[in-house]
Design a protein around this ligand. Structure first.
Ligand SMILES: [Zn+2]
Length: 247
């Protein structure tokens, strides 16, 4: 019944994203954000990919959300996530794991899609119903008493680790093809990432919040074919150069 309902407004998505990103930026133990100073090139590269996807003309709320990109300096974690309202976080572990730019663009497209399609607040509506709205209302008062702070931190962590539904996974995979198809990238870049993960001994963090809807590699590749996507670029050389900056 609550499948695609959203009790939250677009402003709530924005406010939640701001809240969560504030919590993340203030929690360097759990989320060691890579310093901007000295890492301008790598930040420029990853933000360039984001801009290219945003400029595809396919991303909902492109102009309403800030689409801030930060890199988390943690080589052991194969993950990326995006808060509601478009605050994107990419782990160095994921960047190092991938082989080419179209794969990273695919994963980032998938993350952008979760925010653009407002999956987190739809999921929260489904899980918590109206009590989710009460949480937002409390957080939005901006009162910094102990209780509010604790609640905000709890909500931020909950959102960062919120498990998406398989329907939302399928939708994010499909959106990622839509975005990439409008660029020069190989449009099934995300499939490259999922294929690579299948060969990995330990299941990456990514899968704990992004469950496999089944046949995702095939579905992504089939969609790129049926849309007649023309992009063939992997941008592998540039990607390897960029990865070298992280060593
Ligand atoms: Zn996902």
């Amino acid at each position: 019944m609550f499948k695609n309902m959203n009790a939250f407004s677009l402003q709530d998505d924005l406010a939640l994203g701001k809240q969560v990103s504030g919590e993340i930026d203030g929690n360097s133990k759990e989320y060691p954000v890579l310093a901007e100073a000295g890492n301008e090139k790598i930040y420029g590269y990853v933000r360039g990919i984001t801009q290219k996807l945003l400029n595809s003309g396919q991303v909902a709320h492109r102009d309403q959300f800030p689409w801030v990109v930060k890199i988390i300096n943690d080589d052991k974690t194969l993950n990326a996530f995006c808060t509601p309202g478009g605050y994107i976080y990419v782990y160095t572990g994921l960047i190092k794991f991938l082989d080419s730019e179209d794969q990273l663009a695919g994963v980032m497209g998938h993350e952008i899609a979760h925010a653009a399609n407002r999956h987190s607040t739809k999921q929260m509506t489904k899980q918590y119903g109206l009590s989710a709205l009460a949480m937002v209302a409390v957080a939005a008062t901006g009162e910094k008493n102990q209780e509010t702070k604790a609640l905000a931190a709890q909500m931020a962590m909950g959102l960062a680790t919120l498990r998406f539904s398989r329907d939302h996974e399928r939708e994010a995979d499909a959106s990622s093809v839509n975005y990439l198809c409008a660029t020069d990238y190989n449009a099934s870049g995300t499939a490259g990432f999922f294929k690579k993960m299948e060969g990995n001994a330990t299941p990456p963090q990514f899968l704990s919040t992004h469950p496999n809807p089944g046949n995702r590699v095939k579905d992504i590749e089939a969609k790129a074919v049926s849309m007649g996507c023309k992009g063939t670029n992997f941008h592998q050389a540039e990607y390897n150069k960029m990865k070298a900056l992280l060593r």
